[in-house]
Design a protein around this ligand. Sequence first.
Ligand code: CA
Length: 235
Amino acid sequence: MSAPLILIVEDEPTIASAIARRLTAEGYRAQTVGDGLAAVLAAAALSPELVLLDVMLPGIDGLEVCRRVQAERPVPVLMLTARDDETDKLIGLGVGADDYMTKPFSMRELVARIKALLRRVERAKQLGAPAVPDAPIQAGDLLIDRASRRVTRAGDEVHLTPTEFDLLVFLAESPRTVLTREKLLEHVWDWVDASGTRTVDSHIKAVRRKLGADLIRTVHGVGYAFEPCEEAEDG
Ligand code: CA
């Protein structure tokens, strides 16, 4: 099996080439492009295993690139932002990246995040076709089909990114149970350290935005719990 291909979308050549060098040294294949349109075309032509995407790009920006790339084919996207508040804004918009890193970042951290993301996708792939598929999870008007990785609420299909789906399933498998951010990070993101708990909050925000705010309860200072919705009460 050939090494995973990572598409690096970054308009600053020195950063792009530094990342490409490091990823190549880590055993990955790396391809760099410098603008949004080239990124969309390259993602379609090369089918990379992961897209590393700078937000601020000439032409089509990173948000639009993310939408177009993921509309084509589900591929993990790690988005690079200039500031923390920019990350929050993007999350609020529900852009659908699987992870975010704020510049400047260390190459070591970048490689760790890429490894974790690829490992997670690989694991999901292996679990994707079990001999006996997991039964769908039904909670009120919410239906999570684990076999096809589709979610509907009140019959309407809701599009979740791979990370959002894994997060929802992990929470829904233990209803009314408080799961700490650290536990969610460990299981959903496969991280052993707890440096990135803010990532959990971001993805919870995105899931709520898409599915409604009533399904996941915040337990302040601790974590989150899945609260199965009651049957709709009419009148
Ligand atoms: Ca840029």
